[in-house]
Design a protein around this ligand. Sequence first.
Ligand SMILES: NC(=O)c1ccc[n+]([C@@H]2O[C@H](COP(=O)([O-])OP(=O)(O)OC[C@H]3O[C@@H](n4cnc5c(N)ncnc54)[C@H](O)[C@@H]3O)[C@@H](O)[C@H]2O)c1
Length: 432
Amino acid sequence: MSDLYERLLKKEAKLAVIGLGYVGLPIALAFARRLKVVGFDINAKRVEMMRRGEDPSNELAPEEFKGRDIHFTAELDDLRDVEFYIVAVPTPIDQQNIPDLTPLLGATRTVGQVLKRNDHVVFESTVYPGCTEEDCVPLLESLSGLTYVKDFKVGYSPERINPGDKEHTLESIVKVTSGCDAESAELIARVYELVVKAGVHRASSIKVAEAAKIIENTQRDVNIALTNELSIIFNRMGINTYDVLEAAGTKWNFLRFQPGLVGGHCIGVDPYYLVYKAKELGYHAQIIDSGRFVNDSMGGYVAKQTVKKIIATGKNVSDARVLVMGATFKENVTDIRNSKVADVVRELKSFSVHVDVTDPHADPVEVEHEYGYTLVKEAKGPYDAIIVAVNHADYIGRDEAWFKQMLTDKGILVDLKGIYRKRVNGLAYWSL
Ligand SMILES: NC(=O)c1ccc[n+]([C@@H]2O[C@H](COP(=O)([O-])OP(=O)(O)OC[C@H]3O[C@@H](n4cnc5c(N)ncnc54)[C@H](O)[C@@H]3O)[C@@H](O)[C@H]2O)c1
């Protein structure tokens, strides 16, 4: 076996992480407890922040940077003496929901330019099965002039961290690892075992590891879509979905999914990677595609239901005021990427409703830049409807009296996550 593992431990060899976002930075800092690490990112502004001990993604405290052997850089030359590369750049979709591999291929090009004989490259970005070996490896070969497997090794190890979740961290969740041959698979697994206390699962191939990641999120997406569809049906039946879920949930094998907006850069995106690859192989992934359609339609559905209920109170819609609480893609995070709250706002505005949006975590400048609406600092009632779109901890404690003084007499509380279901009795109330 290559002596790279021992040399990494003795700090005679370096490990680099390319792309220091939500995924890359925690990994880089975890390895920097034991190994000599180079943290590389193309965004020089972010690199400057990390050098000062600040996490640009707002997840890690300054203490997490202390005592770590890491050099943050945006310079290609700093990668030349690295022997173990980890790539953790974004894998988004474009306007047509097609995988956009620009950052991944960009980072691969960076590594390809400095790749040497016996180096190891591990991809962590979420991709469709086959992407690592069919899209990235040929680029590494052509830029380095080296031959895959014979001269350099590649692996894939998907990331499972969950933004805002302090319980399921890099150290505490089993990590799937893989390599292009038995030797590299073992070395890569052992390297990750240095930081993942929960241990690693050695997948039988790179493609299996890629597929494992993509189905974790696809399974969630399809199940949430089913729950959303049930919610649309139950709404027509005049029964509350959360009441139904509570009752059905008393069965031992009932799966606990809730309705809601599916945003963010993982669950709402990854299934499109699988749909794309399936199509390339001549198969139309109907269930996955339908799930995406249902979940992507929920923002518009919520807005339309709210407007209907406002009209039913006798209010002229173009005079109506609605407060939307929450702008991030999920609770207790600052991340607004692919937040479906924007769909709710857009649809409401298309009915000429006046909309105020608040969020204790989102950056108003980012929201304005990304979605073209401003966040109000302090909501000023009375509103004809309040939509609680995100279950931020700050919102959970609000009581009926608070909503009452913010709403008009006939005002409606629209509670997407069913937080207040059993706590408000004297208000017009609707949840998914
Ligand atoms: N965020 C999560 O919770 C999460 C969880 C599991 C998997 N993933 C996957 O991990 C990957 C990374 O996601 P993320 O959320 O960390 O992204 P991110 O947007 O938070 O961070 C990406 C970082 O990569 C940098 N970058 C972009 N292009 C680059 C390039 N060519 N070279 C070097 N740096 C570059 C950016 O400047 C940024 O700092 C994605 O494939 C994502 O699907 C994310």
